[in-house]
Design a protein around this ligand. Structure first.
Ligand SMILES: *Cc1c(COP(=O)(O)O)cnc(C)c1O
Length: 495
């Protein structure tokens, strides 16, 4: 299996090269040349197996220059002893034909753990294969959850050093505490003046800066990425969609071969793209339901074919979705334009220069066949968290609520009664003040007091890793302008 850049199909990489470098030298994203196919028996065989085995099956089909033993070693390290009961993706039914995949039972209580507990092991192996012994320097922009999950995954991993940048006012107080108190000798955390898009754009620029790359090479180092632009982040996210389907079939909730819908609260478009990739591998999916918050650039795009980031940016109660430039869309555009090498570079140039582009009729038709999109206001997000608790005695986080509400509207508009799998992306205790307000109407800025009240009301306990933040020592307080990140990286690295 080879990977190719979305901006130049002749730019090929082996799986380990694609993982090690994170982004193609031309600024494009690596995509697999073709998708391995799974039969229905192949998919249903996921039921009843340990998660690490299922993950190894999927990874092995993409990362073909790793041996079976190497992949299995990586997935065992990632999925044994790290997630509650060693079940990274348990299912919960909310009424008939509505199933949640809870992806927040890992160390940082958000779905990013599923891929980021694994990526450091994949990266270390890839570095052995093609990195020439170079140390990997991970640069990560975060809208809140990726940062902590990456720090936790890479903490004290030999041969790596990690930088995490987050928008000063763009993350929740719990997320900020999680990052600022991170332990480890190889970690750096920095707040950036601006929003997530400013931060992500500044980080992408450092990646492709020839002078910085040369300075790193001199020190025996090379950049890589823990963001979902790295294909090593994306492939592990395919696993839980296949597994959920197999479990539903094994439990008799669906029949093998039935189509399902999948609803995903989306930001950088990584999680839903992994679901689209699962569909390409053979998972019977009717619609991929893309849910957004008030920053609904994706909803408008899927409905009209026009991507326009020139709009007001809102800071919301779903900070991990406060994004106007969704990186992974590039991979989808590449696919729908039949890998036409001219299409993606032209669209990305228009996005960079004018902030807007319009896709061809063919791309739009592809989009609307596979996807349905909607967005949820702040008010509706709170209402939904409250209703889900009232109806099912189930506490869901705000991001999950956005997906549940958009899914409800999809059903109402289309009368579609197929089983719908909704991705639950964070623990409600990551955003306790918002969840408490939704459930009882009480407002407080004390996240820990809010969490205690939620425990009393719901009987569900706050994860220990979050409870411990109350008395955690703060290690990182620095703030940089977005123009100064390059300087900060160069002066801090290796120290
Ligand atoms: C990252 C994140 C999302 C969005 O996922 P993308 O892959 O960026 O689309 C949604 N919810 C939560 C809680 C997240 O951390």
């Amino acid at each position: 299996m080879k990977f190719q850049s979305t901006r130049n199909v002749n730019r090929k990489a082996t799986p380990s090269e694609a993982i090690f470098s994170g982004i193609a030298p031309d600024g494009g994203l690596y995509v697999p040349e073709e998708f391995p196919a799974l039969s229905m028996e192949g998919i249903t065989a996921f039921a009843g197996k340990p998660y690490y085995e299922n993950a190894a099956r999927v990874l092995g089909a993409f990362f073909t220059d790793f041996t079976e033993e190497e992949i299995l070693a990586c997935t065992k390290n990632a999925y044994l002893g790290k997630f509650e009961n060693d079940i990274p993706a348990p299912l919960t039914m909310l009424g008939e034909n509505c199933c949640l995949i809870e992806l927040w039972h890992g160390p940082t209580c958000a779905f990013k753990d599923i891929a980021l507990q694994l990526l450091p092991y994949l990266l270390a192996k890839a570095a052995e294969k093609c990195g020439g012994g170079k140390k990997s320097v991970i640069l990560t922009a975060t809208s809140g959850d990726t940062g902590k999950a990456a720090l936790e995954g890479f903490c004290n991993v030999p041969g790596t050093e990690i930088f995490v940048f987050y928008p000063e006012d763009g993350v929740s107080s719990m997320q900020k505490l999680q990052m600022a108190s991170q332990k480890g000798e190889n970690v750096h955390v920095r707040a950036v003046k601006g929003n997530f898009d400013d931060t992500q754009t500044a980080v992408k620029r450092i990646f492709t800066d020839e002078a910085v790359k040369a300075a790193l090479a001199e020190k025996g180092m090379a950049f890589s990425s823990a963001n979902s632009i790295n294909i090593g982040r994306l492939v592990p996210q395919i696993v839980y969609y296949l597994e959920a389907y197999a479990k539903l079939a094994a439990d008799g909730k669906i029949k093998a071969g039935d189509e399902i819908n999948i609803a995903v609260p989306s930001g950088n478009f990584g999680d839903i793209l992994a679901a689209y990739y699962a569909k390409k591998m053979g998972l019977p999916v009717h619609k991929l339901i893309c849910a957004s918050n008030s920053n609904h650039v994706l909803t408008d795009f899927i409905r009209t074919g026009v991507y326009d980031r020139n709009r007001r940016f809102y800071t919301t109660v779903t900070p991990s979705m406060d994004i106007l430039i969704s990186s992974n869309l590039e991979r989808l555009l590449f696919d729908y334009s039949d890998k036409d090498a001219a299409v993606v570079p032209a669209l990305m140039k228009a996005l960079a220069e004018k902030g807007v582009y319009e896709v061809s009729g063919k791309v739009k038709a592809g989009l609307q066949t596979d996807f349905w999109a909607g967005w949820c206001s702040e008010e509706d997000t709170f209402r939904t968290v409250g209703e889900v608790f009232a109806d099912y005695h189930y506490l869901c986080d705000t991001h999950t609520a956005v997906a549940l509400e958009v899914c409800r509207r999809y059903r109402q508009e289309n009368g579609d009664r197929r089983m719908t799998v909704t991705v639950s992306t964070a623990s409600p205790y990551k955003f306790p003040a918002s969840v408490l307000k939704a459930v009882t109407g009480e407002t407080t800025s004390d996240e820990f007091a809010a969490a205690e009240k939620l425990e009393q009301i719901s009987g569900m306990l706050m994860p220990e890793s979050l409870r411990a933040l109350k008395n955690a020592e703060i290690r990182f307080t620095g703030l940089s302008g977005k123009e100064d990140l390059k300087e900060y990286v160069l002066s801090t690295i290796g120290g």
